[in-house]
Design a binder for this molecule. Structure first.
Ligand code: ZN
Length: 63
């Protein structure tokens, strides 16, 4: 069975489990499309555009 991934509505982090591993918030959606993996937030244009300041996987579009 596939693991259920969720996207945090607060910071867009993709995580498994009961709360966001990045910000600790619980509001989430399991309906998201695509994700980016940020390795180097200071140098990443995508991270800059999406206003992401930490490493990790982030949903591109959350419904
Ligand atoms: Zn979060």
């Amino acid at each position: 069975m596939a693991k259920k991934l969720k996207a945090c509505l607060n910071c867009k982090t993709i995580y498994e489990g009961t709360k966001c591993t990045n910000c600790g918030e619980t509001p989430s959606s399991d309906t998201f499309r695509g994700f980016v993996e940020i390795f180097n937030p200071e140098k990443s244009e995508i991270a800059d555009k999406m206003k992401i300041h930490s490493k990790g996987k982030f949903a591109i579009k959350i419904k």
